[in-house]
Ligand binder design. Structure first.
Ligand SMILES: Cc1cc2nc3c(=O)[nH]c(=O)nc-3n(C[C@H](O)[C@H](O)[C@H](O)COP(=O)(O)OP(=O)(O)OC[C@H]3O[C@@H](n4cnc5c(N)ncnc54)[C@H](O)[C@@H]3O)c2cc1C
Ligand code: SF4
Ligand code: SF4
Length: 363
């Protein structure tokens, strides 16, 4: 049952959708994570953004859970890890860093196929009973799926470099009675769900049923129309349906078409296609996930894995023990590169925050 139906009053915070719309949506710092849409029955996704579709007497859940209204990382880390980060922890707090590769990574996998292997292991071991994944249609439009089988998880492998409100599917999972929900997504999506899990508030609507957060590394994301019309079609003369794979490697944004031909531009030349809400974003490595997975730091066909919480560590160890992944040490050089990128993202956040008048986000 959604919070609004259960607790009409009293209010939790003195800020509701009006403030959310003013502070986040209209000012274009919304990262379109879908958290506000997932937890309020009166907010829906209309014309590609959150909209209030019903009168709201003010409860404040949307404002509270949005990762762009306020986010105190020190407070979140203290609750999640029992301490705040040290100055040298540019990738956030983690227990173990390794390079890993799935034993049976499919051709769809972006890097080592580890994100998929972890979710499959979590499902097969009973740690989760569903996984929210981001799949695509034939033209690379993102499609969020509530996967309940290993094959459904596997078929969503691979990175879609366009923004998606994946968190919205938590609503479906709760409504369908899922008891242990797994989620994979970008750092901003993980922030929203971690706020939902950690903030003290009077509502109970199933947040304890969110059991696992697998976070991805993310430097930036793109707007579907801008990317497909501007870059894929405008610059490379391809239709979205002709694309076999997108990847970002060694400073290049690369599109591989279905004949196997690669088309590429320098990543700096893709700024005009970036999603505006990615500007004021400091989190490169999904610092609030149970376990984070990215490509930077490891060689081709391998993923960099950071286990952060006890749940993340247990899952990774179980996946390794079950033969779902193989591992090797992550190189010092690889980890240093990931740290440099993370620090660079924080710098961008600082300047964009001034430019876009962002307040309340404390790194
Ligand atoms: C927008 C974006 C930007 C990224 N930028 C970087 C970067 O700068 N540096 C870096 O090292 N890594 C980056 N990554 C992570 C990288 O591309 C891989 O996702 C990661 O290395 C895991 O690879 P894998 O083979 O283990 O995952 P796979 O087994 O291929 O699984 C990938 C999972 O990602 C999920 N997913 C795909 N697209 C999206 C999306 N748009 N939103 C939410 N979830 C999605 C799918 O549900 C799938 O389960 C980015 C990922 C995304 C989505
Ligand atoms: S950032 Fe997420 S929670 Fe905040 S307004 Fe946008 S979609 Fe909603
Ligand atoms: S750059 Fe930040 S806001 Fe944009 S998709 Fe990645 S984590 Fe989300």
């Amino acid at each position: 049952m959604a919070a609004k139906e259960k607790f009409a009053e009293p209010t939790y915070l003195e800020c509701g959708f009006g403030e959310l719309e003013y502070k986040v949506i209209k000012s274009e710092i919304c990262c379109r994570c879908g958290t506000c849409e997932a937890f309020c029955p009166r907010i829906e996704h209309v014309e590609n953004k959150p909209a209030l579709v019903n009168y709201d007497p003010l409860c404040g859940l949307c404002f509270t859970y949005c990762p762009r209204t306020f986010l105190d990382m020190g407070a979140m880390e203290s609750k999640l890890f029992g301490r705040t980060r040290n100055a040298d922890e540019a990738l956030g707090i983690f227990r173990k860093a390794v390079s890993a590769k799935a034993r049976e990574a499919s051709a769809l996998a972006q890097d080592g196929g580890v994100a998929t292997a972890l979710l499959v292991q979590a499902l097969q071991s009973g740690m989760i009973d569903c996984a929210i994944v981001t799949d695509k249609d034939g033209e690379w439009r993102t499609v969020t799926r509530l996967a309940t089988t290993a094959d459904e998880i596997r078929s969503a492998a691979g990175t879609k470099y366009t923004i998606n409100n994946s968190v919205l599917a938590v609503k479906d999972a709760l409504e369908k009675g899922c008891q242990k929900i797994g989620f994979v997504g970008t750092p901003c999506q993980i922030q929203g769900l971690r706020k939902v899990k950690l903030l003290d508030e009077p509502y109970q609507f199933g947040q304890d049923r969110i059991a696992l957060l697998v976070g991805l590394f993310c430097m930036e994301n793109f707007d579907y129309d801008l990317l497909m019309k501007g870059l894929v079609n405008g610059k490379f003369g391809l239709d979205a349906k002709d694309v076999a794979r997108f990847e970002i490697k060694k400073g290049m944004f690369r599109v591989i078409d279905k004949t196997g031909k690669a088309h590429e531009v320098k990543i700096e030349e893709t700024d005009e296609y970036t999603f505006p809400g990615c500007g004021p974003c400091f989190d490169f490595s999904s610092e609030l996930a149970d376990v984070s997975v990215g490509s930077v730091g490891s060689g081709d066909g391998w993923s960099t894995v950071l286990t952060r919480t006890k749940a993340g560590e247990t899952l990774y160890s179980a996946t390794l023990a079950a033969g779902g992944v193989q591992e090797k040490a992550v190189s010092e050089k690889g980890l240093a590169l990931a740290k440099r990128l993370a620090a660079g993202k924080v710098k961008r956040f600082e300047s964009k925050s001034v430019e876009m008048n962002v307040s309340g986000i404390i790194r």
